[in-house]
Design a protein around this ligand. Structure first.
Ligand SMILES: NC(=O)c1ccc[n+]([C@@H]2O[C@H](COP(=O)([O-])OP(=O)(O)OC[C@H]3O[C@@H](n4cnc5c(N)ncnc54)[C@H](OP(=O)(O)O)[C@@H]3O)[C@@H](O)[C@H]2O)c1
Length: 312
């Protein structure tokens, strides 16, 4: 049983699809928790992602979702995960895989990281796309960035970015609204309340920054103003890329786009941090998979603090 969206912007529907065959290095994972990301509902409408899915994705109905945590129930002959392993991972439509809003997913072994018993499926399912995105942002900053400004500090990406910054001993500043100031401060960051002052001007007093992570989908922070807050060799990592910023990202060394693609290499260190308590999941709500439409309505409103989970 999976949640599918067979044509453009239509209600989700639970349908039965035939079980996918396993390749030699594939595993079948019984899904226990699904992390909701804005990309899940963006995939349902037109736009570049949906187009990409049409060209390179699997045929048949679109099964949305990327992030999952669950148990391996079947393993191909060359897979390096055993039946019974607890794992977290992300699906990849460019490998012709169906999405994670499902009872089970079939993915390559190296798309999954193993979970210790101490890490719950719910906690793990918060990680894949947000964690991979945050890790990529630190990577594009090169060397060892010492300071970060996070725009969208209370969202899925923002929270894990701040927690990673804390684990790395970085100076962190997070832009959020009044209701999330205490949360951002509890993550070891200086909070800037965007409802009380012009946030980028307020951030100037705490700069310059080696890295600025732009992770707000519902508001615009002008790129030029962001760049003026950078240290020499600093970089703006655009998690959300507006058409107007494509040229800057293509030609300016101080601006780049980041894409979070979960795989074992990026997830294993995140799972370690989760097990050590250095990353703590913040789950706003657990919603039954059958009510995925409701989860998407909540996510679309752009107010989620931490993560929404779906439970099959
Ligand atoms: N490139 C990639 O690989 C990648 C990966 C993940 C996500 N994304 C994109 O990045 C965006 C964020 O993703 P997400 O999962 O973090 O989203 P999210 O969890 O839905 O983010 C919602 C958060 O943003 C905060 N927010 C809203 N307006 C804000 C503003 N003007 N300034 C600062 N914070 C604001 C909201 O709190 P308040 O309303 O209280 O401020 C809320 O806590 C989405 O557009 C998503 O599609 C891209």
């Amino acid at each position: 049983m999976v949640v599918t969206s067979p044509s453009s912007e239509i209600p989700l529907a639970l349908v039965d699809v035939p079980a996918r065959p396993l390749g030699p290095r594939d595993v079948r994972v019984r899904v226990r928790a699904i992390g909701v990301n804005p990309v899940d509902w963006k995939m349902r409408s037109g736009g570049p992602l949906r187009l990409a899915h049409r060209f390179v994705g699997p045929s048949g109905p679109l099964v949305v979702g990327v992030d999952f945590a669950g148990e391996v129930v079947e393993a191909g002959p060359r897979a390096d995960l055993a039946v019974g392993a607890r794992v977290v991972g992300g699906t990849d439509f460019s490998r012709k895989q169906l999405g994670s809003y499902a009872d089970e997913v079939v993915v390559r072994d190296e798309q999954c990281a193993v979970l210790p018993d101490s890490v719950s499926f719910d906690a793990a399912a918060c990680l894949p796309v947000p964690g991979a995105t945050a890790m990529r942002a630190f990577e594009v900053a090169g060397g060892a960035p010492k300071s970060v400004l996070v725009l969208g500090a209370s969202g899925g990406v923002g929270i894990v970015t701040l927690q990673l910054a804390r684990a790395r001993g970085m100076r962190a500043v997070g832009v959020c609204s009044t209701r999330n100031v205490a949360l951002v401060e509890s993550l070891g960051a200086t909070a800037i309340d965007y409802t009380q002052s012009e946030p980028l001007e307020a951030a100037r007093a705490h700069g310059p920054f080696d890295l600025i992570v732009h992770a707000v989908g519902t508001a615009t922070y002008p790129l030029g103003q962001c760049r003026s807050l950078l240290a020499a060799d600093g970089i703006v990592a655009l998690v959300v890329v507006r058409p107007a910023d494509w040229l800057a990202a293509a030609f300016l060394p101080s601006v780049t786009t980041v894409l979070g693609r979960p795989n074992r290499k990026v997830l294993a260190p995140l799972v370690d941090l989760l097990a050590q308590g250095k990353i703590e999941p913040l789950i706003e709500a657990r919603i039954p998979l059958a009510e995925a439409e409701r989860a998407h309505q909540i996510s679309r409103a752009g107010k989620v603090v931490g993560k929404l989970l779906l439970v099959p």
